[in-house]
Design a protein around this ligand. Sequence first.
Ligand code: IVH
Length: 679
Amino acid sequence: MSGSQVGVARELRVLREAIEEHNFSYYVLDNPVIPDAEYDRLMLQLQVLEANHPELVTSDSPTQRVGVTPVGGGSVVTHYAPMLSLGNVFSKSELLDFDQRVRDQLASRGFELDNIEYVAEPKLDGVAVNLRYENGVLILGATRGDGTTGEDITHNVRTIPTVPLRLRTENAPVALEVRGEVFMPREGFLAYNQRVLEIGEKPFVNPRNAAAGSLRQLDPRLTARRPLEVFFYGIGLLNGQIRPKTQGETLKYLHNLGLRTCPEWEVMAGVQDCLTYYAQILKKRNELPYEIDGVVYKVNALENQELLGAVSRAPRWAIAHKFPAQEELTVIKEIKFQVGRTGAITPVARLQPVFVGGVTVSNATLHNEDELARKDVRVGDSVIVRRAGDVIPEIVKVIKERRSAGSDPVRLPTKCPVCSSEVVRQEGEAVARCIGGLVCGAQRREAIRHFASRRALDIKGLGTKLVDQLVTRGLVENPSDLFGLTLEQISELERMGLKSAENLLETLNKSKSTTFNRFLYALGIREVGESTALALANHLCSLEKLMAADVKRLEEVPDIGPIVAANIRAFFQEDRNCMIVNQLMRCGVSWPQPVRLEFEDGPLKGKTIVLTGTLLGMTRDVAKQTLSALGANVTSSISKSTDMVIVGDHPGAKVDRALKLGVMVLSEDEFNALIKSDH
Ligand code: IVH
């Protein structure tokens, strides 16, 4: 660097630091110290200086929020620690139960507490994000995805003014994964929708969708125009610094790094305080500049959080206390019957559109024949519609007083509305089904949609409309036909150019490399959901074995009862299904061989094992299933009878306890070696 360049570099640094400090005062402290015009002047000065010295522009400069459009964007990223979701309570008594459970669980681990200290925070109604800072610089932004892996949205989160591109500290942690919620404040949402309406486009239904849609934009210049903001509320990974000891300290720590936290959080001395806080926030709800749908309580001491652990994907140390369901009055315009993937006929009420629970609702499911009869919903009826939180809207009741004379009760059709096959309701079943199977267009369409869905083969770009066209034109009758589609066939579909057709072919091709459990789930065998598919994959390992397994063998797989076993058997006894499966194999659908797990005589038979901390290589669910498949008994608390403790990242107090009791402690690598040694 020449002497003058050194001077310019210094000037740039001073300017950038000044701007960052003003950003912090403005966005994080909500307390600007200079007028906007002055800030704009500093920004302009920086832009001019950088334009004259492009070689000195750095990616974390305040001028570099909007970078270049990513090609292909949205690649998959794995979170260091899983992003958990939250259990819900809707009432005081459910909350008291939660608190009791927390106290009982802590007591059973030797910590008797009269009152649990919690941190209460508003439950922000936005989109969860995970940001990674390395040595203080923002290097990655991702969506929550399925909790383990999410989508890379770095280019878009960089455009959010409240997301610092560099942490405000001299002493940055080596690595920090920070979790927060991106949201669109009410005012920004209204103004944005107003503009959208003026140019004749479709507005967003609510601020949450607006935030989600904006983050999904491929072009960050578009995201930059959306009024997005963020609040941070947790840490996924912290390397190179001591982790704060409480949730309260975590929030302060984040705030000091320049990461904005919601100012409404408070420490609660016990569950009674939580109830008071809830009532206060509920009153304040409509005055807050952003939408919230409840309150989150988190056990304050991280040590206690660690002791409590998590069940499936929700922590035992936190709970969302949702605001009461919102209800509205509307009118039934029509009752239709939809045909699902398994032929199930579902009555659906078409409603006079009504704004409830934050969205416009125009359909509500009536579930099944009995529900239809129980509620006695008729065309023309006035009804109360409820939409509680994220759940699907439902009809609470009919206002019979307003019913016009001469209306008739609605009956389930005896013939399928799509293919005219017979509709049959088997004894003991709540649902009636069209018996048309894959002859029925609706069932074909749904089976293919399921096959392509995110948690199945994840064929991106194969949306509902496309599947509809493929089925209606007779191009696709079963999932394996998807892989026989030609460029010509695809590009002739509506709204399909050559380029998008090429892309679809490529995604189809990529989707052939999958995992055994995803493949099993994708087949859509009745009552085989994701976790059953995983259990089958882990225990039977190969398709041949699975196809040959009799009901008895299937029932040996944990969590598979006689009904599911019979469904699986029946599926593979059907020639047509076997043919489709074989065809899929021939098309090149493949997966890595799962670890062979033998549960009868596994090397861990009868051993009691505890998992603690975050495993980097697999989710806790998979680790648990793997262990129990090897014969182990996985428990959550350590006692003298524990044989082994497997320790992941951020293990917490359990390790100390294990060492004290002289229990064997295994690292993640040792654990991997252990499960692999069985085959
Ligand atoms: S904590 C371990 N805190 O709620 C707990 N979540 O239902 C994980 N959310 O995916 C989340 N405000 O998108 C937490 N103050 C808050 C939150 C919050 C909103 C969202 C978040 C999460 C979802 C779980």
